[in-house]
Design a protein around this ligand. Sequence first.
Ligand code: SF4
Length: 479
Amino acid sequence: MTTAPARAADPAPGTTAVRATAPAAVRPYQDYVYAYPHKTAYRPLPDRPALRDLWRAEPKDALALYLHIPFCEVRCGFCNLFTRVGAPGDLTTRYLDALDRQARAVREALGDDGPVRFAAAAFGGGTPTFLEAAELERLCDIAEHGMGAPLGRVPLSVEASPATATADRLAVLAARGATRISLGVQSFDEREARAAVRPQHRRDVDAALGRIRDTGVPVLNIDLIYGIDGQTPASWRASLDAALAWRPEELYLYPLYVRPLTGLSGRTAVDDPAWDAQRLGLYRQGRDHLLERGYRQVSMRMFQRADVTAQGPVDHACQSDGMVGLGCGARSYTSGLHYSFDYAVGMPQVRAIIDEYTATRDFTTAPHGRRIDADEARRRHLLQSLLQAEGLHAADYRARFGTTPQDDFPAELADFAERGWLDDGQDGPDRQDGPATSAGGSGHGRLRLSPEGLAHSDAVGPALFSARVRADMAAHQAR
Ligand code: SF4
């Protein structure tokens, strides 16, 4: 599903690329790197390592908990997340039964030798609010009693869609301590919503936003998409303003992607420079509009109202080591292995994986995943830090690895610098969080992207993939 970045062969390790000519143009929209390595680089683990062994030596005093609900009422045309449409019969009950079994097995595997504490929790999907109110109560019970996550005392983020954000479901979530509700709106324009294969009425979207605000949950996030067929600067501005009217604490602006096996894959040209230009233009417009209206930029996609104090992880990308994922679409991260169940996008395969999950009795081992060696750990650290507006703190990197990013990734960073993607401290007062170190700096201070670098985050990320991860992603058969 991912296109490898167009770039020259890597120079020998430890050398810096020297180029006589300007760097070749790269496509700005290659891959949304919300987690590295991507699940398409995971493979079956023949030895099925025991979770107890995987977690034995891990720090467990500030874990993140993620529960995945793989059901939606519709399949949006742009979406390749692991989810299915509808849940016939008693499927949601069987799913929650399996989630309960998994939670108890995983909690036992975490052990009791030292403190096991959860510092944040999230329900994602899919659409967690696809579950009815009583089922959401049960989901919260699984998080709280099955896993020991103290809901009400740690940040709890929940994803919702307009049609499923009903008053009774939201009331359960608010009562159980939700601190953030994220609503996938995508566009306030009904014609654009149809073009993105996410048909919805504007009045239903506004009603859902009203119900969320009525709960008093402190953080409302609204997701919007740019680059939809027929979208113009004027219609994009209208959607942004419609979102801003709710004074959301957070806004995510997503470029539209067309991915294999999704509803849009047969309809929109993927390699179209005009489409890239449209998306880049709308991105800049959206970014500037939000900055002018009192939002700060946290990453290419995420904007936060400047008067709001962050509750929990700033970017809800679940990137950190020490994440426990439950459900058949969730990943878990230890320092040495990322693991999950099988992954698919096509409906027959997704249904089969969910059926297999609901029939599973033994959740004590990791079936699929990818080992994270020292090189991948460095790449992951660099990626997840650099793609945040705040950038990478050199002292953190050095404390963890004993080196600097410039030592470990000279060619990549030289390339970014040449393209004007690294902040050289010349961006002036626009930057909201102080000066950065220069690209060729000594490794003290910070390394961060320039505004243009942030705009090209979806090219920066893939350029930092290892050759092995790139090869495995390319070999993955979309299904
Ligand atoms: S975008 Fe959200 S609501 Fe739409 S299919 Fe994907 S997970 Fe479901």
